[in-house]
Design a protein around this ligand. Structure first.
Ligand SMILES: NC(=O)c1ccc[n+]([C@@H]2O[C@H](COP(=O)([O-])OP(=O)(O)OC[C@H]3O[C@@H](n4cnc5c(N)ncnc54)[C@H](OP(=O)(O)O)[C@@H]3O)[C@@H](O)[C@H]2O)c1
Length: 327
């Protein structure tokens, strides 16, 4: 059963986050990555999430190889706005002049003539968000883009953004251990009729399986994975694993089922986009759709976010939570 996000966009109830095929969790070969993408589409996780910045264009080029054969089976989502490499220290760019060149570059890399869902990836603090989204609206009028989304916006930024053009989705981190969005972003999305695409729904794998971080693991850039914090946070992963055992499900399935339950309770359509490099885990994650957690399990899971050690981002203003604290 498909899920209706905002602005009339229908998507499958679980998407597929392609980022890890190019960066973050250790490289796999391009052919293996392509096989995983094909499996995502075969299995029904046809909302494919990429971004211009993932693998510095490499992730979009990889997705292009899938689209060459299966464009019409895919709801294609990509993003612009993060600058990497970043010689000027700007980090994000949302000035209207930057928008059209960005989409043209993505379309070129993706080898397609339309993007179904185009996100503004990180808010540029120098540019009013309505100006950026206004420039994105021109792309819809031109037929280059089907629907618009924004990522890591505050509730207030979301309210300003929808004035410029209806939005299909806000994409932000939301999971058992990242629940700050429930304070302002989710209520705004409910009120405005914007769907929620939950990224890192497995806590970057932390909630799904024991993690042993190698020295180069990209997760070390997040405070929660600092050695001291990680030691504290292990209790959370252990509790999810214990609940999974009780429910006779896997921890990943419990994490996703919790998110569906939470979205349902708060009245927002929530579509998680877990990432994995392995086809069998796509099947495992999709099977979360059949899970109904016991009320006692939900209660235990609800309590976990209170005891997380470490912020979501090293520079808090990079995510919505940090800017909400300031306001
Ligand atoms: N908008 C944004 O700013 C933003 C930020 C981050 C991510 N995203 C998007 O969200 C997607 C997902 O986020 P994410 O990759 O950060 O985190 P995630 O989906 O929470 O976790 C991915 C990690 O979980 C592991 N995993 C997946 N399924 C598993 C299972 N069933 N059992 C055990 N481990 C499992 C994967 O390892 P293996 O690969 O080894 O399976 C990988 O290490 C990304 O691909 C990207 O598209 C967006």
């Amino acid at each position: 059963v498909n899920v209706l996000l905002g602005d009339g966009l229908l998507v499958p109830p679980i998407g597929y986050g392609a980022m890890g095929l190019s960066s973050g969790y250790g490289a796999i070969g391009e052919d293996a990555a392509l096989a995983t993408l094909h499996h995502a589409v075969d299995a029904g996780a046809t909302l494919i999430d990429t971004a211009d910045v993932y693998g510095r264009g490499g992730n979009e080029r990889l997705v292009a190889r899938l689209l060459r054969e299966r464009r019409d089976e895919v709801v294609l989502a990509t993003k612009f706005g993060i600058i990497d490499p970043d010689p000027d220290g700007l980090r994000s760019r949302g000035d209207p002049a930057a928008v059209r060149p960005a989409v043209l570059r993505s379309l070129e890399r993706l080898g397609t003539d339309r993007i179904d869902l185009y996100y503004y990836h990180r808010v540029d603090p120098r540019v009013p968000i309505e100006d950026t989204v206004g420039a994105m609206a021109d792309l819809v009028a031109e037929g280059l883009v089907g629907h618009l989304g924004v990522s890591e916006v505050t509730g207030e930024e979301l309210r300003r953004a929808v004035v410029a053009h209806p939005l299909a989705a806000v994409q932000s981190e939301w999971s058992i251990w990242s629940r700050d969005v429930e304070l302002h972003v989710v209520p705004a999305a409910v009120q405005l009729g914007v769907g929620f695409v939950a990224y890192s729904p497995l806590g970057r794998g932390f909630l799904a399986a024991p993690v042993a971080l190698g020295p180069d693991d990209a997760r070390r850039t997040f405070p929660r994975f600092d050695d001291d914090n990680l030691a504290v946070n292990q209790r959370i992963a252990a509790e999810v694993a214990a609940i999974a055992e009780l429910e006779q499900r896997t921890a990943a399935q419990v994490a996703l089922a919790w998110l569906f339950e939470r979205g349902h309770r708060l009245g927002v359509p929530v579509v998680p986009i877990p990432g994995t490099r392995r086809s069998h885990r796509i099947d495992e994650n999709l099977a979360a759709l059949d899970v109904e957690l016991e009320p006692a399990s939900i209660e235990r899971l609800d309590a976990l976010a209170q005891s997380v050690a470490g912020d979501r981002a090293r520079d808090a203003s990079w995510v919505s939570q940090g800017r909400e604290r300031d306001s």
